[in-house]
Design a protein. Structure first.
Length: 83
């Protein structure tokens, strides 16, 4: 099975997501953050395949906006940008 990845266009995009996530769900350890990103990657993949999420729109995971989504086919990574 191919590993699913997510990334953010800029550091400030990731920081905005982390600030919102920690405000809603508490702080994360490095291991928890890695698992969160893996869970988000799996969730967005399923949502795109099911037609419940359209790339280019904001993606929300557990009531927190991750960011406006995109997908890089060359690197097989979902990308997010602050909304």
């Amino acid at each position: 099975m191919e590993e699913l990845l997510i990334d953010f266009y800029r550091d400030k995009d990731e920081q905005a997501f982390l600030d919102a996530w920690e405000a809603a769900h508490g702080e994360l350890s490095d291991e928890e953050l890695d698992q969160l990103y893996a869970d988000i990657a799996e969730d967005i993949k399923k949502a795109v395949e099911a037609g419940t999420h359209e790339l280019g729109k904001p993606f929300i995971y557990k009531d927190v906006t991750v960011g406006k989504s995109d997908y890089n086919t060359f690197h097989a990574v979902y990308l997010f940008e602050q909304v």
